[in-house]
Structures are given as C-alpha cells and as structure tokens.
Design a protein around this ligand. Structure first.
Ligand SMILES: [Zn+2]
Length: 97
C-alpha cells in the first residue's frame, strides 16, 4: 500500500513556541517506532529561544523509547483537566507584555 496518511505535523512547523496558547501542549512522535510522548514546552522554551520554530527544534527530538533522532514530528495538544496525560508542569513562563 503506497498511501500516505495526512500528516498534521507538517502544518505546524512554522509555529514558534511563543505562538502556542497557554493551554496548548507539545508532543513528539517518533518516525521509527511511532512512539508518542508529550514534552514540557516551557522546559524547551527555557533552554531555547522562544522564537525558535518547531521546524528549528525538530532535529533536536530524540525518541525516549528507541533513540531515533531522525524525522521525528511534533504534535500539538490541549490540556484537558480530565485527561490522564496532564503531566506537564504548570511552570509559569514570563509573559511578553
Ligand atoms: Zn522511537
């Protein structure tokens, strides 16, 4: 089967960390083993410039399960109070007023 699934990550590469809403979270998906993991975007924002785009940061992704570093993708989620995967720490980030 040569069908290529629509890849929603392709549409968000230009977004910067600073463009994300307060309640949006960032996840990574491994291209090799399809492992999905949510990352702490505020943590990333402290390490890298908040003006960095997701495309800029994509090469830095490394799968915590298989170690793959190539071609991993981003996904964006939204914090849901009822969701079980809300382990993103509510680290206060400096607002750009
Ligand atoms: Zn992997």
């Amino acid at each position: 089967m040569g069908g290529r699934a629509i890849d929603p990550e392709r549409g968000i590469g230009h977004l910067r960390l600073a463009d994300l809403d307060e309640d949006q979270i960032l996840g990574a998906r491994c291209a090799a083993c399809d492992y999905n993991n949510w990352v702490n975007r505020w943590d990333i924002g402290r390490k890298y410039a908040s003006g960095a785009t997701l495309d800029d940061l994509r090469p830095l992704l490394r799968c915590t399960r298989c170690g793959n570093k190539g071609n991993n993708g981003w996904r964006i989620g939204r914090i849901n109070r009822d969701s079980e995967w809300v382990d993103v720490q509510p680290v206060s980030h400096r607002g750009g007023i």
